[in-house]
Design a protein around this ligand. Sequence first.
Ligand SMILES: [Zn+2]
Length: 385
Amino acid sequence: MIYEDLILNEKIFSILTNAWKQNRLPHALIFHGANGVGKEAHAIEFSALLNCKNIVNNRACGECSQCLRIKSFQHGNVKLISPMPASSKSTSIEAGSIHSLSSTQLKTYQQALEEKGKDPYYKIGLKASTIPIAIVRELRKDLYMSSIESGWRIVMIFEAEKLCTGTQASANALLKILEEPPEKTLFMLVTSSPNQLLDTIKSRSQSFYFSSPTDRQIETILINRGLESKRCRIISKMCQGNISLAMNLNNHYDSIPKDIKIIFESFFNDDPVFIQQFQNRLQDLNRIGNKELFDNFFQLQIQLVRDIILLKQDKDSLHIVFSHLKEKYIEVIDDNKNADFHSILEAIDDTYRMNLGNVNLSLNSISLIFDIQSCLEGKVYQSIE
Ligand SMILES: [Zn+2]
């Protein structure tokens, strides 16, 4: 195996392995499922299996020269395509090509690849909303002009739905390749939003759905990575099956207690001092520009409300994440008998999405607090959609 702590989807992996052995592998696969469940790592693992020189029990060895080159994204047969920022560095090189990245961007990208080689759940995440057509053109040239080394040529496309942004030119260019697929070439499109892919691409591919791992499986991964047990329990419950998110939460775990206090007091006790702190925290997080931290702050808000919903349904629920807050939660429930907590979740979700579009943060956070106050009185929140 390339990855020691990947939770392997045995069923999908054996279907693919059998198809390969019987020479019935389709030209294109779509791996879909929620974020952070290991779809990309499965694509890498299968690429290695198809090229490994020393297969053991239908798994790539992870150690031969082929495997090592795949793990470090330096294998001539295995191409990785992922969203790229458009660059203004040069006009002679088409924007969006990897050659057009600035040196800082290139360095970030290389570091991200290095991390991905070590951690199956690492998210490459260059700040980019599209897979530029230049990349697909380069790919086309590569595929038709170069001959392959022995084994299989693989094209992995991460966040494949980003082929379909704007005019969908990149998706259409890829479709042309899929219509005349080169020999012994396998495309693996990985996406959390398969509904955004072109139907014509979907109809030429075989789709596999990856389900989310259980809390217990995630807890085990975290424990095996040497983290303390209470931390593992809290993070595995908070991340909702998303192991990439679990890693982010772990990176920012120390800020959780303070953030909980700010959120709790501003949401449920209407305390002006904390409301001010809530606004400040959001603005700070936005200013630092760390999306992980920003997302985690919202994730915490959602988690607190989810805990309350669980307790309201069952006062002995064992599923609440922050069990040390149980008494405080119960006070909130008792003080707000008519409250609509599901509406509060919707309000938080709307605010998060508005803030992603980066309108007035300060105004949004105040309006969120107002919305929560009225939901606590029993009013139903009207979603902006
Ligand atoms: Zn190997």
